[in-house]
Ligand binder design. Structure first.
Ligand code: NAP
Length: 354
């Protein structure tokens, strides 16, 4: 249940607010708390009192500026142009832009602050954030702000990769490698909602967790259990980006599709300049002649994805178990916890207290 009242909040435009500020790329420890001006609104934006915002891999990428190539994709080459991190939020609308008709002050909403991809700071690690209405949806009334905030960015990546060129149909065998993380957890539940049978691959400590999310089989990557798997899959989603071509080729059923998300394990793959991009570009090139690799160039509208996520949450087919809450001021500790990988479930910041 939602745990904060939905009464209209007075507009804060012209006032200051507490936020996490990133002055440079590099260390998570360089993030600092500061008082900054509340955002002003464009015509198609609303001002949201941020009740919760999620901690995820792409925030880590932008804060550290790694891999370096991502700095060319909009957030500033030498230093971050937008200084407040965070991409997704759940909270209460407290002011609306001149062109906004679909939301009004007092509405509980969830979604993303930005319309584009997430390799830029979106400004949600703050008490208030401006968000484009085309990336928002009204919050279902059966989830908390924390749960709702854990869904938008990871959910967009999951659905971007599992709709369009890839379709999951009832009785499909689906393999999700890294199913206990942010993207994998939503992908797993989405596949189950489509009637698929899901095999999840995860660390020993997360096998019960993925079963609770609905996995039919759970395989331990620390014991290389996938290597002996006899199932043939219609869709393989490699979120952890650890499956060699030989392995996924053997595991695909005739007509099956392999989708790579691209995860550099918080710098552990030691590719500080290009990260996973060469692998991804190579697969994109191969997809021209290899039908097992879907060409997924069409980006779904965030509004449509948010409506799908809202419906799944409302129906109970999608859950976002929270592993750990941190107050806004402890964003660096929250990002450290994410990189250690020892929190089961999502990590969420609560800018107005928990
Ligand atoms: N989360 C988002 O909102 C978001 C948004 C846009 C893009 N992305 C991108 O999507 C990718 C995945 O993100 P994510 O947030 O889902 O990451 P995540 O939360 O770190 O999840 C990755 C999961 O894979 C598991 N794993 C590690 N090594 C494995 C292996 N060898 N075999 C199978 N599983 C393994 C991890 O377990 P351990 O704990 O044992 O390591 C973890 O549970 C990242 O590249 C990220 O940049 C994410």
């Amino acid at each position: 249940m939602q745990d904060a009242p939905h009464e209209p909040t007075p507009s804060t435009i012209g006032q200051t607010m507490r936020a996490i500020v990133q002055d440079r790329y590099g260390s998570i420890a360089d993030l600092r708390v500061a008082n900054v001006p509340c955002p002003t609104l464009s015509d198609d934006e609303v001002l949201v009192k941020v009740m919760a915002t999620s901690v995820h891999a792409d925030v880590w990428h932008v804060v550290t500026g790694r891999p370096r190539i991502l700095r060319l994709l909009g957030n500033g080459v030498f230093r971050p142009r937008r200084r407040v991190p965070g991409t997704d939020l759940a909270g209460i609308v407290c002011a609306v832009g001149n062109g906004v008709a679909e939301f009004q002050p007092g509405d509980a909403v969830f979604g993303e602050a930005l319309l584009g991809m997430q390799w830029t700071n979106g400004g949600t690690y703050a008490q208030y954030a401006a968000a484009n209405v085309r990336a928002l949806a009204k919050m279902p009334d059966n989830v908390s702000f924390e749960q709702a905030a854990a869904v938008p960015t990871a959910g967009y990546i999951a659905l971007l990769n599992l709709t369009g060129a890839v379709e999951i149909a009832p009785a499909h065998e689906v393999l999700i490698n890294g199913a206990g993380g942010a993207v994998g957890g939503i992908a797993l539940q989405y596949a189950k909602s489509r009637g698929a049978r899901v095999t999840a691959v995860e660390h020993t400590s997360k096998l019960d967790f993925v079963r609770q999310l609905g996995a039919d089989d759970a395989l331990d990557y620390t014991k290389s259990e996938l290597d002996g798997c006899a199932t043939r899959f219609d869709v393989i989603l490699d979120v952890a980006s650890t499956m060699p071509t030989k392995l996924w080729s053997r595991l695909l059923a005739p007509g099956g599709k392999f989708v790579l998300i691209g995860h550099d394990h918080y710098g552990a793959k030691r590719r500080p300049w290009l990260g996973e991009l060469p692998t991804m570009f190579s697969l994109m090139f191969r997809s021209i002649f290899d039908k097992r690799l879907p060409m997924n160039f069409a980006m779904p509208e965030k509004k449509d994805v948010m409506e799908t996520l809202r419906t799944l949450l409302q129906s109970g087919q999608l859950r976002a178990p929270i592993g750990r809450l941190f107050p806004l001021e402890r964003a660096p500790a929250a990002l450290e916890a994410l990189t250690r990988g020892d929190v089961i479930g999502r990590i969420v910041l609560t800018p107005h207290g928990d």
